[in-house]
Ligand binder design. Structure first.
Ligand code: MF3
Ligand code: CO
Ligand code: CO
Length: 249
């Protein structure tokens, strides 16, 4: 069931979203060669706690950290570790959720460490563009299939592929709510957007094949061909006009 939020609920999600955006910015500022993903996660945990909020992911189905930090061929759900040290040229996806006053906000970005390849830069840029192309359709009367189709078309036009095994989602009092928000779809199909729907739109775009595998740690999702993957996620609210980015600074 898709829950439509009140304006008051959306303002609470905006409060959570602001902290999520700030903590993601902090995480991104720490992405440098020689830094472990655990060091970044520790800072993220401290920042969220300092703001009297709760990390949405910690203990979610047993997830052991505050953020998911996924490097290069890792698509999503990378578990922070002191043994995982960032190297020059890596691309590092940080995904973080914040729970404040009963409402979640969920956001992710891919950051470059040191000097990254032109191809990696292009992948990161196109993934961001996919998000914006998609949310242009997150307006009343348009449909989820329009959003997914726009994302998929832009990825393919740039020679990249779309992860289909994981999708965006509704968000609110639960981290994951209805509806599913796929990064692919058919124009004119699927549920219609309505004012005050809140969703996390999160293209996961691959350099090579769309296929992914899950590692034996039970979490980390990697590309099947070992090529790079990038992620770009914001929690948004549908309005009468342009969508409102709740996870902005
Ligand atoms: N952040 C993921 C999402 O964007 C969910 C992570 S859940 C966790 O939907 F348990 F892996 F942290
Ligand atoms: Co997320
Ligand atoms: Co999400």
């Amino acid at each position: 069931m898709i829950t439509i939020k009140t304006d008051h609920e959306i303002s609470k999600m905006r409060d959570a979203g602001k902290i999520a955006a700030e903590v993601l910015q902090l995480g991104g500022s720490l992405v440098k060669p020689g830094v472990s993903t655990k060091e970044i996660d520790d800072q993220i945990y401290k920042f969220i706690k300092k703001h009297n909020a709760v990390p949405s992911f910690l203990n979610y189905y047993g997830y052991p950290a505050s953020a998911c930090i996924s490097i290069n061929e890792e698509v999503i759900h990378g578990i922070p570790s002191g043994k995982r040290v960032i190297a020059d040229g890596d691309i590092v996806s940080i995904d973080v959720g914040v729970l404040l006053n009963g409402y979640h906000a969920d956001t992710a970005r891919t950051f470059g460490a040191g000097t990254i390849s032109e191809e990696a830069k292009k992948l990161i840029e196109v993934t961001k563009e996919c998000f914006w192309k998609g949310i242009a359709f997150a307006v009343p009367g348009k449909r989820l299939g329009d959003l997914g189709h726009a994302i998929e078309s832009h990825a393919h036009a740039n020679g990249f592929s779309v992860v289909e095994d994981f999708v965006g989602h509704g968000v609110g009092t639960h981290l994951h709510e209805d509806p599913d928000v796929p990064n692919y779809g058919r124009a004119g199909k699927g549920p219609r957007f309505e004012k005050n729907m809140t969703i996390a739109v999160e293209p996961m775009i691959n350099q090579g094949v769309p296929d992914v595998l899950q590692l034996k740690d039970g979490w980390t999702v990697v590309t099947k061909d070992g090529k790079l993957s990038a992620h770009y996620e914001n929690t948004i609210a549908v309005t009468d006009g342009e969508p409102l980015i709740l996870t902005s600074l």
